[in-house]
Write a protein that binds this ligand. Structure first.
Ligand SMILES: [Zn+2]
Length: 263
């Protein structure tokens, strides 16, 4: 169990504890103590130092607006949100000028639009190219794409199962993993749960948390049964025990399309 809480602005106190309590109420448990990214800066620093020692990092002074503007300029195809390479080859004088202007730099990886292919267990053959991603944010914190790879390697994660909305980050993470000499890892990207309007199920759709559902008279185990039914593991209205759900679980039978739920 790992809490990805590097983004201090988004991680309100008590949020992680509430999420762990929700998982426990659903009957889910986990191995070993809970690992928190906010307590692992030394690990990320060591990985960043390795990449830097290999000459793979450079400071980037761009604002988000500048990156958007440069990426939309008509000089070559760039994926949505990809970094256009503005700071990759700055000279010492140009860097000094930006430092004097007081902009704290982020650190980016020289990935050079490296091609990455992998076979996703659910989605099949996937291809991506890797732009110069950020490994240290300009507020000093390790970037998400760096931290999750360091943790996945350190925690011996052999199979990554996650939402299809993260598919676009996988090529970047596989590239970082290779640079850090991580062992091979398998991926399965599963479809999201959507609200009735087709957008990712969220607060604005209504009663989406266990607490909301409890106020509406639904127990955690009824919610679990509803979730199980939504992926074909239970009949409507049936409340299978956890070991029964485990016995029925077959990744190959998971839906390939998003599930639409009414909140
Ligand atoms: Zn830049």
């Amino acid at each position: 169990m790992r809490i990805d809480d590097l983004d201090a602005a988004r991680c309100r106190p008590g949020l992680a504890a509430a999420q762990l309590a929700d998982l426990a109420a659903l009957g889910l448990d986990w191995d070993g103590p809970v690992v928190r990214q906010s307590e692992r800066a030394a690990l990320y620093d060591a990985a960043i130092a390795r990449l830097d020692a290999a000459g793979l990092l450079y400071p980037c002074y761009c604002t988000r607006a500048e990156i958007r503007q440069a990426a939309s300029a008509p000089h070559g195809p760039l994926a949505e949100g990809a970094y256009p390479g503005t700071c990759r080859d700055l000279g010492a004088a140009q860097r000094a000028a930006r430092e004097r202007a007081g902009r704290p730099p982020a650190l980016r990886l020289r990935a050079g639009m490296a091609p990455v292919t992998f076979t996703d267990r659910q989605l099949g053959e996937q291809r991506g190219v890797v732009d110069d991603l950020v490994v240290r944010r300009n507020d000093g914190a390790a970037a998400y794409n760096l931290a999750v790879v360091v943790d996945d390697i350190e925690q011996d994660i052999a199979e990554i199962v996650r939402g299809a909305d993260l598919l676009e980050t996988t090529a970047r993470q596989l590239h970082v993993r290779a640079l850090l000499a991580g062992p091979p890892v398998a991926h399965a990207h599963v479809p999201l749960v959507l609200g009735p309007d087709g957008a990712r199920l969220a607060k604005r759709h209504g009663a989406v948390t266990l607490a909301d559902r409890a106020r509406a008279g639904q127990s955690a185990l009824q919610v679990r049964a509803e979730l199980a039914a939504s992926v074909g593991l239970a009949a409507a209205g049936e409340e299978p025990a956890l070991d029964e759900l485990l016995a029925r679980f077959d990744p190959a039978a998971l839906p390939r399309e998003a599930t639409v739920m009414s909140a």
